[in-house]
Each structure stands twice: as structure tokens, then as C-alpha cells.
Design a protein around this ligand. Structure first.
Ligand code: 5GP
Length: 185
């Protein structure tokens, strides 16, 4: 059996991880694709659960070995979807990837069946407030991230679905509805 692929993107601070945990808790047939990154772990992030934390050398070696389905360098770090674990998880059921737009379009090019969902903030002001309030991102990174938000919002037009995260529960429910619809096809 091979499951369906769901890609979720959304600007930093949009509350995507909270929404995602809620979605994951509701569907035991949905697995999370763990990316590799050169970014340093944030407090509470666990190796192999949130990310595989690797050095730039290890990341480059993975590129050479064609170990990524897609990868991208943004906000001063590299992020990539390891091919082997994605394929393994797809054998077991549906898989959800939390990746940014370049990666999302790359996945779509390889798997045209993938469903692309963009989680948008209610407003840019609200997003900036949430990002600072989270307190886990250094100030110089906040500026870099905010610059990127505009570009990401532009890309949302090319997604299959745009869901606004005004309230976590409602946003998660909307995503669950999309997943249920696609998963049954
Ligand atoms: P963060 O550093 O906040 O965890 O993630 C920053 C951005 O990188 C987010 O937009 C996230 O979706 C994206 N990202 C995480 N993993 C991957 C990946 O494997 N590939 C790509 N292209 N983007 C990723």
C-alpha cells in the first residue's frame, strides 16, 4: 500500500506546529516526514522527532548521495526531506511534510498527486507579534524571517488550499477535512 502525500507550508510564527500536532493527534494513519537541517535545535526540539540536526558537511554529503527528495537553503540554513524515510513512511500510510514553498513545488513536480496546503496568518501584524512572542528566535533571525513572509504569502496562490489560522482548532479541523477527503480517494 502507498499512502497520500500532504504538504503543509506557512510562514514562521503562523502557529503551524501547534496546528500540525492537533492534526497528527487525530489521525493515526498520518506520519510526519522528519527533515534534516543545519539549523541549531530550539529548546524542546528532539533529534529525529522535530528534525535530524546535521552539520553543513553532513548535509552536503547527503546532497551528493542524492539522499534528498528536495532541499532548500533559506534563512541562512539548509533544510531537506530525506528520501529513504519518506518512502518508508509512505509504505505505511499517509505522510505530511512541513516544508516551505520551494520544497513544496519541488515535491509537486515529482508527485503530482501531492496535496499542497498553505497556512496563512490572519494578518502580517499578527504574525510579527506571534513571532516575537514565541521568544525562541533571535532578533536578527526575526528580521530575516519577516522579509521572507511576504514572498511566502505570494506563493500561497499556487497552493491547492489556503487555510487561515485565526483559531488553532478551526484551522486544524479544516486541514483534517481536506485530508479526509483526499485520503479516501
Ligand atoms: P524552522 O527553522 O522554523 O523549523 O523552519 C523554517 C522553514 O523551513 C519552515 O518554513 C519549514 O516549513 C521549512 N522546512 C522545514 N523542513 C524543510 C525541508 O525539508 N525542506 C524544505 N524545503 N523546507 C523545510
Amino acid at each position: 500500500m502507498s499512502g497520500k502525500l500532504f504538504v503543509i507550508s506557512g510562514a514562521s510564527g503562523v502557529g503551524k506546529s501547534t496546528v500540525l500536532s492537533r492534526v497528527m493527534a487525530q489521525r493515526s494513519d498520518l506520519r510526519f516526514s522528519v527533515s534534516a537541517t543545519t539549523r541549531a535545535p530550539r529548546p524542546g526540539e528532539q533529534e529525529g522527532v522535530s528534525y535530524y540536526f546535521v552539520t553543513r558537511e553532513q548535509f552536503e554529503e547527503m546532497i551528493r548521495q542524492n539522499a534528498f527528495v528536495e532541499y532548500d537553503a533559506h534563512m541562512k540554513n539548509c533544510y531537506g526531506t530525506p528520501r529513504a524515510q519518506l518512502e518508508e513512511k509512505l509504505q505505511l500510510g499517509h505522510v505530511i511534510l512541513d516544508i516551505e514553498p520551494n520544497g513544496a513545488f519541488n515535491v509537486r513536480a515529482q508527485c503530482p498527486d501531492a496535496t499542497l496546503i498553505f497556512v496563512a496568518p490572519p494578518s502580517l501584524e499578527e504574525l510579527e507579534r506571534r513571532l516575537r512572542g514565541r521568544g525562541d528566535t533571535p532578533e536578527d533571525q526575526i528580521a530575516v524571517r519577516l522579509e521572507r513572509v511576504q514572498w511566502e504569502l505570494e506563493q500561497s496562490k499556487k497552493y491547492d488550499y489556503v487555510v487561515i489560522n485565526s483559531r488553532v482548532e478551526t484551522c486544524a479541523d479544516e486541514i483534517l477535512k481536506i485530508i479526509a477527503e483526499k485520503a479516501e480517494k
